[in-house]
Design a protein around this ligand. Sequence first.
Ligand SMILES: Cc1ncc(COP(=O)(O)O)c(C=O)c1O
Length: 448
Amino acid sequence: MARNRESSRDLYDRALSVMPGGVNSSVRATQPYPTFVRKGDGAHVIDHDGNRYLDYVMGYGPLLLGHDMPERVSAAVQRAASEGPMYGAPTEVEVDLAEFVVRHVPSVEMVRFVNSGTEATVSAVRLARGYTGRNKIVVMQGGYHGAQESTLVEGDPDHPRPSTSGIPPAFARETLPVPFNDERALREVFEAHGDDIACVLTEPILGNTGIVAPETGYHETIRELCDDHGALYVLDEVITGFRVGGPGCAQGKLGVTPDLTTFGKIVGGGFPVGAIGGRAEVVEEFSPSGDVFQSGTFSGHPVTMAAGLATLRYCAENDVYGHVNDLGERLREGLAEVVADREPGYTVVGTDSMFKLIFSRSDAPTQDDPCSGGCTQDPSCARYAACPKTGGDVDDAETQRWERLFRPFMEEQGILLPANQFESQFVSYAHTEADVEETLEAYKAFFE
Ligand SMILES: Cc1ncc(COP(=O)(O)O)c(C=O)c1O
């Protein structure tokens, strides 16, 4: 029998008359109407009709520990809130969290906290432009850096255009989108515009486009081209920061050293946050030490800082990364087994505690011996030629089947997934092996 979701429908009805599209972030408007969450419980959420769902949305990434704050995190949050929500003056906890980030992420010598990942990437782009005195930025087609003017751009370097209305085409002309994993395109864009490029801004892995892993050497090429042309290499670790690669972040795992890194999500322990970190010489260009204006009423908010610090310390002192990464691996391996006979064209992607099954359209030759634990762009893998390498490859996949049939099916099974196949799924410290087995059974049932 179908779950009763009447309260969610009624709430959506009310929301539609007072909020555009009934939501405060577009991706939440799932079909036919969103599940309105009443509360979280470990790895689960409970909706307004009392339905319980195993959750892989996890707030779109911030909730590495799941929905329940450990006692210490909760105590730190309560204390910060009870002492007065915020001051507009510096506090000790900002320094503590900045020191934690600097200690664990070798490329980061200084950090400025802001309130969202979007604000972080907006500020990083402004900083790169101010520092270099140049205007153009290179981004990846299908990459995502939040709802900001400089990166909501599609097309190619010769024909960049805004990807949404409301952005002047003249802004888009300063952005050069290239395909991820395409070294040749990168070299060409530097040959044509090298003296005008302020930075390359990219995620370490495309985390908002089905999770696309970089080819070996791709980030090194970005680093080298930036150095050769006096541009900055800006790594957007809003999703991957303090998740992929543990406290050293994805850059540690990949072994690359960006000039600037943007953070968000986990570094605020579930509260609104963003941060820009990097070489001191560059970050000090921010006002008031430098000439690039940057400011914010809520920046370094004490409750967020307390939550972020307590969360990161908890992760460092417990086997959080071991647990979530093991479960992530089990999910990816299990999914590869599920689709081996049923949908051999589909691709399992992800790393650490991120996972996804892409409904690829390609006639992938075989599922025999795929990269163990998710696509790693291994040229010796039998599926190498067929696995997604760019945002376009994911775009070409069976998005409608995913969105209209698969996601609602999973919801009915009591498993909550993001709105579309582009968004990553996240394992938290609260997930268990039993949850993973239940999840694999539900995937299996869809393809039966
Ligand atoms: C890589 C990346 N950068 C930036 C952002 C924007 O962050 P926020 O939604 O906090 O503004 C996101 C959000 O998902 C992201 O994944």
